[in-house]
Ligand binder design. Sequence first.
Ligand code: 3PG
Length: 217
Amino acid sequence: MEKKREAISAQDVLLAGPVIPVIVINNPAHAVPLAQALLAGGIKVLEITLRSDAALEAIQRIGAEVPEVLVGAGTVLSGQDLQAVAEAGGQFAISPGLTQRLLAAADQESIPLLPGVASASELMEALEAGLTALKFFPAQAAGGIQMLKSLHGPFPQVRFCPTGGIGPHNYREYLALKNVACVGGSWLVPSEMIGQGNWSAITRLAHAAVSGTTASS
Ligand code: 3PG
C-alpha cells in the first residue's frame, strides 16, 4: 500500500491550474520524467488515464517521487477502478461519464471523483450526489462553448473542466467562461514526444499553455 498523500477536494483539482494534461503512459519509466517536465512548464495537476497497463504504476511513481504535483486518474469507469486508483496513491479520479454505481462507490472512497457530464439531466444527477466540480465531456462534440454558456443560467454553482476536442486553438475561449475553472486535453502530452523522451518539448508545450501562448515543438 502506498503512503497516502494529503487529502484534497474536487475543487482543489479544478483550481490547481488552467490546464490538465490527459496522459496515456505506456512505459512506467516515463512517468517521473514526464511529471517533472510538466511541472517545469508550470503544470501542477496530472490526469493519468487508465487506458494502459502502466497507468497505476505511473500514478504510484509520480506520487512517491514528484510530491509537488497533484496526480490522479482518468477514464475511471467503475468502483473497482476507483479503489485501485486510491490504493495506488492517486489523489483524485475523473470519469468520462456518470453512473449511479460509480457515484455510490465514490461516496465510500477517500479521494474525490470528478464525473463527466454532457447534459442538464446528468448534471442534475451529479448535483443530487452533492457534486459541483465536474468534467464536461466530450466538450466540443457536446456543444462546446455555447452549451457551457447555456448551462450557466440554471446551474451557476457548477464549475467545469471541459475536455475533448480542446487544444491551442480554442482553450482560451473556454477558460474565459464564468463556469470553466480549467480545461483538459491530450494536446499537452503528444504520445510521440513521450515515446521519444522529448521532455524539453513537453515543458515548452506546458509553459505555452499555462502562460497563454502557443508553442511549436
Ligand atoms: C479525455 O480522455 O478526457 C479526452 O478524450 C481527451 O480529449 P482530447 O484528446 O481531445 O484532448
